[in-house]
Design a protein around this ligand. Structure first.
Ligand code: DGY
Length: 323
């Protein structure tokens, strides 16, 4: 039997690439640069499966191909707002993602951002490296403590729950959650979390606000001017979800007018060309989309994609089918 033809849009961990070539006829994107819409369109006529990532903008235009050979997009990552799902469905193409395996590491990076923002670690690091540190003194780089504070989590799925665990058990934080559907009491009770009906209630009472909802149209600019106005002036906003969930212009105004005290971002609108205004704020912690960036997790994500496409080519429903 001939091996299915697979296109991998970016370089993956070596262990996964090595495993993949045993089973499939694989083309790697050696340049490791995002492919263009036209390159994707061409690929649809050549490959049985395409394995994209968040850096691939797979718009409805990509699917405007007659009789595509591609039958599955095995996305490397949990978020899939970069893929036009209705267009994929209309073209009869299955889409899968990689949940679970990155929840721990994404939760870890959330706590990293919370701590960095609260304790002014970015400013401190820049000061030491620039040779401007004048030594210990009682009023130097005073931050705010996170222990015992209230953490508002928007989107209480797998990652949100891991964040709650770390914040509650590690830092004694009080957990408030907002989620589209009702969360079972058995789940809330694990971190003594309280679910509120609307975001406003969470914004008004939280010291830290962390976003863990999906991106895409439904949550586009979920956090904008009106929402910043509801936050405490001491609030710290953390985004490890998707850039589009936060309105950059509103965020920049909120930082300028000290409507919030700091922000920690791992995701941005228009990555990697982020709004240059953001870089002017000492109290903005900016990380280059590192949520899942550990050896263990990036390998697990790759093997999870392989599980999904193996299911598909064996005629089964992929375990992480999203469309
Ligand atoms: C994810 O898994 O969604 C990460 O943000 C990388 O795409």
């Amino acid at each position: 039997m001939t091996k299915p033809k697979i296109l991998v849009s970016r370089r993956w961990p070596e262990a996964v690439e090595t495993a993949m070539v045993e089973k499939y006829d694989v083309t790697f994107n050696i340049k490791d640069k995002p492919l263009s819409t036209n390159e994707f369109k061409d690929a649809l006529s050549i490959y049985d499966a395409i394995l994209p990532t968040v850096t691939d903008k797979i718009s409805s235009e990509v699917f405007r191909v007659k009789n595509p050979r591609t039958k599955i997009f095995g996305n490397y990552g949990v978020g899939f707002s970069h893929i036009d799902i209705p267009a994929a469905k209309a073209a009869g193409i299955t889409v899968s993602n990689t949940p679970d395996v990155l929840s721990d590491c994404t939760a870890d990076i959330t706590l990293t951002l919370m701590l960095m923002a609260a304790r002014r670690a970015g400013e401190g690091e820049r000061e030491v490296r620039s040779g401007n540190w004048e030594g210990w003194r009682p009023r130097h780089l005073i931050g705010t403590r996170i222990t015992g504070k209230t953490l508002g989590i928007i989107g209480f799925g797998r990652i949100g729950r891991e964040v709650a665990k770390r914040a509650h058990f590690g830092f004694g934080m009080k957990i408030v959650v907002q989620n589209r559907s009702k969360i079972g009491n058995d789940i809330l009770i694990r971190t003594n979390a309280h679910q509120v009906d609307n975001i406003d209630e969470l914004l008004e009472t939280s010291d830290f606000i962390s976003l863990h909802c999906p991106g895409g149209d439904d949550n586009h600019h979920l956090i904008s001017t009106k929402q910043f106005k509801k936050m405490k002036n001491s609030a710290i906003l953390i985004n490890t979800a998707r850039g589009e969930v936060v309105d950059d212009n509103a965020l920049i105004l909120a930082l300028k007018s000290k409507e919030i005290s700091a922000v920690g971002l791992d995701v941005f609108n228009n990555e990697p060309n982020i709004n240059p205004e953001l870089m002017k704020f000492e109290n903005a912690i900016l990380l280059p989309h590192l949520g899942s960036a550990t050896q263990e997790t990036r390998e697990a994500m790759g093997f999870r994609v392989l599980d999904n496409i193996a299911d598909f080519f064996e005629g089964k429903v992929p375990r992480d089918k999203v469309a």
